[in-house]
Design a protein around this ligand. Structure first.
Ligand SMILES: Nc1ncnc2c1ncn2[C@@H]1O[C@H](COP(=O)(O)OP(=O)(O)OP(=O)(O)O)[C@@H](O)[C@H]1O
Length: 327
C-alpha cells in the first residue's frame, strides 16, 4: 500500500477526483457534474479531420455523419515526474522528468518493461495522480483532475453488473443530462459501432470478455471524450478477439480522430495501431525511443492485419523491440 499524491479536484469546477473521465465505477457520477459537458473545441483545419481524405483511414468515406467536432487540443507532458511514497516510507521513483507533445488526433502507443511507469504516466494524463514535478496540459489547461474529455479504458471492463449493456453505455450521458432521445441515438450508434446492437438488453455477465471490453469502449465513447487513455485494454483477451478489437478500435478512432494514448505489452500491437510508438526505460521511466510509424502511406489505405508481415513493419517492430531494456 502507498499514498500516491492524488488530485483533489478538476478544472471544471472543483469536481472530486473520482468524477468525470474514468471508466471505473464512479465515472458517470463525475460526468454528471461536468457543467461544460457539451462544449467542444472548434473544428480543425487539420487534414486528418473526419471528412478529409486520410491515408490511414479506409473507413473515413463511410464514416457516419457526426455532430461532434474533431478534437484539436494537444496533450503535453512538460518535464513531468512522479514518485510514490509507500506506507513503509520508501520513495519509489516511477517516472523521471519526461516531456512529450501529442498532437490532437494522434494514436500513440507506449511500451516498456513491467513496472517502468506506463500506468503512472497515464494516470497523470487522466488527472488521477498529481505529478511530483512538472505538469501535464490539455491544450492550455493544466490537468489537475479527471475530466469527461479524457476517457479511460482499463484492462478489465468493470461494467455495472446490475445494468444492461444499454444502461451501462447510457449512464454517463444520463448523468450529464443529455436529452433522452439524443442519448438513445448515441447509444444505438455506439453499440452498432462496437458490434453489440443485439446485446443492448443483456446483462454484462451474459457477454464474453471481448464483448464486455467492447461495451466498455462504447461506454467511454458515450461521453464523447476528445482523448482516450487505454491501459492494456486488450491484454486479457485471446489472440483472435484481440485482433478483431484492434481493427474495431482503429475504425472507431478514424471516424472522429480522438487522441489515443494506448499502453500495451505487445510490440506488434503497438506498431500496428500507433501513428507513433514510445518506448520507456526501466524504472524510473523515461522515453528512450520515439518512433513514427507511417506504414499506411507506403501500403495504402486498405491495408489491414496483413501489414504485419511486410518488411517495413518487421523493421520497425524489431527496432522498437530492441529498444526495450529489461530492468
Ligand atoms: N501506489 C503505489 N505505491 C507505490 N509504488 C507504486 C504504486 N503504484 C505503482 N508503484 C510502483 O511504481 C512503478 C511504476 O508502476 P506502473 O504501474 O506505473 O508501471 P507499469 O509500467 O504500468 O507496469 P506494468 O507494465 O507491470 O503494468 C512500479 O515500480 C510500481 O511498483
Amino acid at each position: 500500500m502507498s499514498r500516491p499524491a492524488q488530485h483533489t479536484g478538476d478544472a471544471e469546477g472543483g469536481r472530486p477526483p473520482w468524477a468525470g473521465a474514468t471508466d471505473s465505477g464512479a465515472s458517470a457520477a463525475g460526468a454528471a457534474s461536468a457543467g461544460s459537458a457539451e462544449t467542444r473545441p472548434t473544428e480543425s483545419a487539420d487534414p486528418r479531420s473526419p471528412g478529409a481524405a486520410d491515408p490511414r483511414s479506409p473507413g473515413a468515406a463511410d464514416a457516419p455523419a457526426r455532430n461532434e467536432a474533431t478534437p484539436t487540443r494537444e496533450l503535453v507532458l512538460d518535464r513531468i515526474s512522479h514518485h510514490y511514497v509507500t506506507d513503509a516510507g520508501n520513495v519509489v521513483h516511477a517516472v523521471e522528468e519526461t516531456s512529450l507533445q501529442i498532437p490532437a488526433g494522434q494514436f500513440v502507443c507506449v511500451v516498456g518493461p513491467s513496472g517502468c511507469g506506463k500506468t503512472t504516466l497515464l494516470k497523470m494524463l487522466a488527472g488521477f495522480l498529481a505529478p511530483s514535478g512538472g505538469e501535464a496540459r490539455y491544450g492550455s489547461e493544466v490537468i489537475t483532475g479527471p475530466s469527461h474529455q479524457r476517457g479511460v479504458v482499463f484492462q478489465q471492463a468493470n461494467l455495472y453488473p446490475w445494468l444492461t449493456i444499454r444502461g451501462n453505455v447510457e449512464l454517463g450521458p444520463r448523468f450529464r443530462r443529455v436529452p433522452r432521445r439524443e442519448r438513445a441515438e448515441r447509444t444505438d450508434r455506439l453499440l452498432e459501432m462496437v458490434g453489440l446492437p443485439q446485446f443492448a438488453g443483456a446483462k454484462p455477465y451474459e457477454l464474453s470478455g471481448g464483448m464486455q471490453q467492447r461495451a466498455q469502449i462504447a461506454r467511454v465513447l458515450a461521453n464523447q471524450p476528445d482523448v482516450v487513455l487505454m491501459d492494456e485494454p486488450f491484454g486479457a483477451l485471446d489472440a483472435l478477439t484481440r485482433e478483431r478489437l484492434q481493427a474495431d478500435l482503429l475504425r472507431i478512432q478514424r471516424q472522429r480522430r480522438q487522441t489515443v494514448f494506448f499502453i500495451t505489452h505487445s510490440v506488434e500491437e503497438a506498431v500496428f495501431l500507433g501513428d507513433r510508438v514510445l518506448v520507456m526505460s526501466p524504472r524510473p521511466g523515461r522515453i528512450v525511443l520515439d518512433e513514427r510509424v507511417d506504414l499506411a502511406s507506403t501500403y495504402g489505405p486498405e491495408v489491414g492485419a496483413e501489414m504485419k508481415s511486410t518488411p517495413e513493419f518487421i523493421e520497425i517492430r524489431d527496432r522498437v523491440a530492441g529498444a526495450i531494456q529489461v530492468g
